[in-house]
Design a protein around this ligand. Structure first.
Ligand code: E4P
Length: 217
């Protein structure tokens, strides 16, 4: 399973990248706004900066919602760097645009996915990645991880090549459960990635080893 970080914060991207386990970055308009990135040129420059930091796929989201707008915006985003993956919402014109991008050699990440039916449509259109929003499903009292397992089974039976990118991750357990359910990628906030490190027995065991090491010094 690949690990992406889900942020537009350069310091957090740097920290995750330095761990040596980072395969890419996902962003969205909310994450860009959170960093105070304002204006078209600043947004494009920020994507470029991320691409220069991380050697992996970088999702950049379109904000147009009509076919022509999505295609024009996507072409400009894809021109920033070869690692850019154009993030397109799961709407009717979005599906049409994903098919256009597929036919024209531009990779896509279909976002705002909440059902297996949407996952089938995106795969038929040739999406490179599919982003089901695990945490938001859980928030609405459904089971996000169950959706990952269902899509994984469908894609495997049908031979779809679209990679399942589990998004809207809220904690370390989500990452483990998504890995178990067949996600190809998990995009996570830095806290959730670092949460994987934690176990009290590791801390207790290390303290004891360090204590005993003093006896051998
Ligand atoms: C990433 O691709 C998604 O946009 C992101 O994971 C959404 O996460 P949220 O539900 O925490 O906003």
């Amino acid at each position: 399973m690949k690990f992406f970080i889900d942020t537009a914060n350069l310091a957090q991207i740097k920290e995750a990248n330095e761990l040596g386990i980072l395969d890419g970055v996902t962003t969205n308009p909310s994450l860009m706004a959170k960093e105070g990135i304002k204006g078209h040129d600043a947004v494009m420059a920020h994507y470029k900066a991320i691409c220069e930091m991380v050697d992996g796929d970088i999702s950049a989201e379109v904000i147009s919602t009509d076919f022509n707008g999505i295609v024009e915006e996507g072409k400009k985003l894809a021109a920033i760097h070869p690692n850019i993956v154009v993030k397109v919402p799961m709407i009717k014109d979005g599906v049409k645009a994903i098919k256009w991008f597929t036919d024209n050699g531009i990779r896509t990440n279909c976002t705002l996915v909440f059902s297996a039916g949407q996952a089938i449509l995106a795969a038929k259109a040739g999406a490179t990645y599919l982003s089901p929003f695990i945490g938001r499903i859980d928030d609405s009292n459904w089971d996000g991880v169950e959706l990952i397992a269902q899509i994984s089974q469908i894609y495997s039976i049908q031979g779809f090549k679209t990679q399942i990118l589990a998004a809207s991750i809220r904690n370390a357990l989500h990452i483990v459960k998504c890995a178990e359910a067949g996600a190809d990628v998990c995009t996570c906030p830095l806290d959730s990635i670092l949460g994987l490190l934690k176990h009290p027995l590791t801390d207790i065991g290390l303290a004891k080893f360090l204590e005993d090491a003093k006896k051998t010094a």
